[in-house]
Every structure is written in C-alpha cells, then in structure tokens.
Design a protein around this ligand. Structure first.
Ligand SMILES: NC(=O)c1ccc[n+]([C@@H]2O[C@H](COP(=O)([O-])OP(=O)(O)OC[C@H]3O[C@@H](n4cnc5c(N)ncnc54)[C@H](O)[C@@H]3O)[C@@H](O)[C@H]2O)c1
Length: 296
C-alpha cells in the first residue's frame, strides 16, 4: 500500500483561528497522517479560538477518522507582519489582545519552538495566512499603505518564515503556502493589492525554493486553491459568486472542499513529493486551465 505516513514528524501550520479555513483542514489531515501539529494564531483571533476549542464547539470538525479528536501540540500566538519583537509597536504590544501573549513575532515563534522542542524540531511549515485591509477596494483605488500592508502580511511573511524557520527544519523539510489564481488572471473584486501579494508569493516560492534548497535542503511550494468561503475569503465580499462561477465553468463541476486542498498539502509536505519544489500546484477542479466560460 502506498501511504502518506508522517509519523514522527512535526508540523507548524500558521494561520489557524477557526475550523472553517484551509489551515485547519491541513492541520487535521497532517495529524491524520501521523504528524504532531502545532498552529500559529493571530493574536486578535486567539481568545475566540481558544474559547471555541475549550467549549467543544469544534469537536465535530476535530474528529479524526480514527475517532479521536485532533489535538494541537502547541498553539503559538503569531503576528506574521512582525519579524522580531522590537518591531511590534508599543501601542500594539500594550493593547488588549497582545499584552499577555509575549513575543508573537516570527522570530519569537521560532525561538519558542527551539525552547519547547530543542534544535531542529520541525519537518513541515505551512503558511496559510493572508490579510489585505483594502481587499474590497479596486487596485486602482488602493492606497500605498493598504497595498504594502497586503504584501507585508500575505507575501513577505513567507520570506521571513523561510528565513527564520529553515534552520529549524530536519532533513527533508518542506514549506508550503496557499495562493490564489488572481496572481495571474484578473479576478474583479479581489483588490487592495491582494492579487499583487499572491503574484509576489508565487514568484518568491521559486526563488526561495532555490535559495533555501541549496542552503538548507528544504523544499518550498505553493498551492493555488479554488475559492472557498472561509472567514478570510468572506471578507472579500464576493466569495459566493466566485464559488458559483467556478462550479459552473470548471472542468469538474462538483464543489472543491478544504479536504481536497488538505490532501494535496499532505502529499506536497510528505516524502512522496521529495522531488517537487519551487512549484505552484492548482487544486481548483481544473478551473485555471479554462480560457472561456461555458455560457455566453
Ligand atoms: N478561501 C479562498 O477562497 C482561498 C483561495 C485561495 C487561496 N486562499 C489562501 O488560503 C490561505 C488561508 O486562508 P483561508 O481562506 O483558509 O482563510 P482563514 O480565515 O482560515 O485563514 C486566514 C488566517 O490568516 C490569519 N491572519 C491574518 N493576518 C495575520 C497575521 N498578520 N499574522 C498571522 N495570522 C494572520 C487569520 O487570523 C486567519 O486565521 C490564505 O493565504 C488565503 O489567501 C484562500
């Protein structure tokens, strides 16, 4: 039997704050394959997430095929727009959601991994986060600050994570991020510089795969998912239309699910994909290959 076996491996999935998005589905599938899974949660969403977990509100979605509940080995507060603790502005650090979480920068979380598990504690790092404060604005109306914020949270965060987590990876380590086809085709309504951020993310995936591959022997890939009504995607405001359009026009018309994304993610992070790096893999029921819709 050919199996995805991640027994004995540890994964960090950055960008999990509920059970509706791709990060949660990936965490669950990696755990199903035998990995220990730690997650990174944005401080503004951390308390709600911990409450939902404690009150059993996610027990149904946490149920693994073997009947056990998905357990997170650690839940680390992570704000991926900060590389080091010094960069977190005073007013943010002292604010309600940040004052008790400690160093939630990318370097801070890397340090916590080493403190908690020793050197080279990781095999898999998944970047499943994005933020574009002006996503509802057309690109032509986007401010410089909004554009740079989208790039910072959604693209540079991967560069910083590869920079700081590569030294923590064991042999055969794999990074994976999530991207969207708006990087290369026009998706009206996906604004605020988010399309630019995804283009940067895909381009950076190629160069990071080369640089981190040569320096650390790790792999870096990105998975281009079809539209799904996660919490983040609902903020775009047109997600249902995007899903309906894809369902009507893709080669495969049954809806794509987070499980489809998670299964491919598990494969890409497993030894079965040992020769795949620097690549954008589409998990979108084939929609990206279409040049024309089916109806005029
Ligand atoms: N849902 C879609 O249609 C779709 C399609 C293609 C790609 N993607 C990508 O998938 C990834 C996951 O998104 P999702 O749609 O599953 O939604 P999601 O809401 O489950 O995940 C986004 C996460 O990013 C976190 N986040 C935002 N800013 C952050 C920051 N500064 N630091 C740390 N975390 C931060 C949020 O708290 C949230 O947990 C994103 O990169 C998204 O662009 C989504």
């Amino acid at each position: 039997m050919l199996n995805i076996d991640l027994t004995g491996r540890r994964a960090f999935v950055a960008g999990v704050a509920d059970d509706a998005g791709f990060g949660f589905a990936i965490a669950k599938t990696l755990a199903t394959a035998g990995a220990s899974v730690c997650v990174g949660t944005w401080p503004p969403a951390l308390n709600i997430f911990l409450n939902l977990l404690e009150r059993g509100k996610m027990d149904e979605s946490r149920r693994l095929p073997n009947g056990e509940l998905l357990q997170f080995e650690k839940i680390y507060p992570l704000d991926a727009v900060y590389d080091t603790n010094d960069e977190i502005p005073e007013d943010v650090r002292l604010s309600k959601r940040y004052k008790d979480v400690g160093d939630c920068s990318i370097a801070g979380v890397a340090k916590r991994f080493e403190d908690d598990f020793g050197s080279r504690p990781l095999d898999i790092v998944v970047h499943s986060l994005a933020n574009g404060p002006e996503v509802k604005k057309p690109l032509i109306e986007t401010s410089r600050a909004g554009y740079l914020a989208a790039i910072s949270a959604s693209a540079y965060s991967l560069v910083s994570m590869v920079q700081r987590f590569s030294p923590l990876m064991r042999d055969g380590g794999a990074f994976l991020s999530l991207t969207y086809m708006a990087s290369e085709r026009v998706i009206p309504g996906y604004g605020g510089g988010m399309s630019s951020a995804k283009a940067a993310l895909e381009s950076d995936t190629r160069l990071l795969a080369f640089e981190a591959g040569r320096k650390y022997g790790v792999r870096v890939n990105t998975l281009s998912a079809g539209p799904w009504s996660s919490r983040a995607a609902s903020a775009i405001g047109i997600i249902e239309r995007m899903q309906a359009y894809v369902a009507k026009n893709a080669p495969l018309t049954d809806p794509m699910t987070p499980a489809d994304v998670a299964n491919t993610a598990a494969f890409l992070c497993s030894p079965l994909a040992a020769a795949i790096t620097g690549t954008t893999i589409y998990v979108d029921k084939g929609y990206h290959s279409m040049g024309m819709g089916t109806e005029i």
